[in-house]
Ligand binder design. Structure first.
Ligand code: FAD
Length: 295
């Protein structure tokens, strides 16, 4: 099976998609519809998030394994250090390998229940993603990704410290990083410049979410940690009570972000799909990122 970095060539740009781990059978059905609808567009890889605990973790493992075994897609499994001893983490990584998953996004995770609460490591576990990267590397020939934050991770003292820790994760053995949501292409490009200024030339992929509803806009504020900037508010505010107008303006805006990022040499765009495919299909179609036979 190829690795994520092997699927991100220099030639023509590509895209990838992220799904969240299903919580139950109904979620799973919705997810599989989106997976099948996107399969025809040949994304570079698909990633599946790692849930806060229990059955959603089993479903991450099962779903990534099914993607590996029953589709033409390249899966990447997320993994967090939340509530896991090192022995359990070794086990999960072993399951991934056993079901044919060779790509892992190693993230620390947030405290369960209150994402802003105090991080308490498992007594026999890990404290930072950097350590999880090392563990994955130690255990096999995995291609490993990490998370990056254009506005800085909320727990980082400042952008300088944030960049320092990102570069440390990358140097610990990660092959690439995927950025959290942001509002303007320059926000991602500045992150790329900060990393390059530290002599690190690792691959950074921007994360984009189709802005189809006021809810997705609020989710972007929540996940990015930044308020809606005037440039975006000017375009979307007029449609606050017009769902169809909002969707059209939001898709235009994200398409333009993609155009600018590709023009700046970004080799691939990563889409947070929230387990739906229609808006992502529209945007990647408009950006010319899909095989000619599927448009
Ligand atoms: C693309 C992407 C995918 C994600 N997928 C998931 C998922 O599947 N499941 C999930 O639960 N969450 C997921 N998250 C959320 C992520 O788990 C949280 O944002 C978490 O708070 C940070 O994870 P991290 O890997 O960046 O942590 P870390 O890199 O460990 O950083 C955590 C904090 O510690 C600081 N830090 C790092 N190293 C050091 C050090 N050596 N000394 C002192 N401080 C340090 C950092 O600056 C940061 O403030 C994802 C985020 C992104 C961007």
């Amino acid at each position: 099976m190829t690795s994520v970095v092997e699927r991100l060539p220099g030639g023509s740009p590509v895209f990838s998609v992220e799904f969240f781990a299903p919580r139950d059978a109904a979620d799973e059905a919705v997810l599989w519809r989106a997976i099948r609808e996107l399969e025809a567009l040949d994304p570079a890889f698909v990633s599946i998030t790692y849930g806060a605990g229990g059955s959603s973790r089993d479903l991450t493992i099962r779903t990534t394994g099914r993607v590996a075994q029953e589709t033409t897609l390249l899966p990447m499994a997320h993994l967090t250090a939340v509530d896991h001893s090192v022995a359990e983490l070794r086990n999960v990584i072993g399951w991934y390998a056993a079901v044919g998953v060779r790509n892992i996004l190693a993230v620390r995770g947030d405290p369960p229940g209150d994402p802003h609460g105090e991080w308490v490591p498992h007594p026999e576990g890990l404290t930072y993603a950097e350590e999880l990267v090392r563990l994955c590397r130690e255990l096999g020939d995995f291609c490993v990704g990490v998370a990056a934050f254009p506005y800085g991770h909320p727990r980082s003292a400042d952008l300088d410290a944030d960049t320092e820790y990102l570069v440390r994760k990358l140097r610990a053995g990660a092959d690439f990083a995927i950025a959290q949501l942001f509002f303007e292409p320059e926000d991602f490009l500045r992150l790329r410049d900060r990393v390059a200024a530290r002599g690190c030339d690792a691959l950074l992929l921007p994360g984009l979410m189709p802005l189809t509803t006021t809810r997705t806009l609020a989710k972007t504020v929540e996940l990015s940690g930044a308020p809606v900037p005037p440039s975006v508010a000017r375009r979307l505010d007029p449609y606050a009570d017009d769902p169809a107008g909002f969707r059209a303006a939001g898709i235009d805006l994200v398409t333009e972000m993609g155009e600018r990022l590709l023009a700046e040499g970004v080799p691939s765009l990563h889409f947070y799909t929230f387990n739906r495919s229609k808006a992502t299909r529209e945007i990647v179609g408009r950006l010319g990122l899909v095989p000619a036979r599927s448009v």
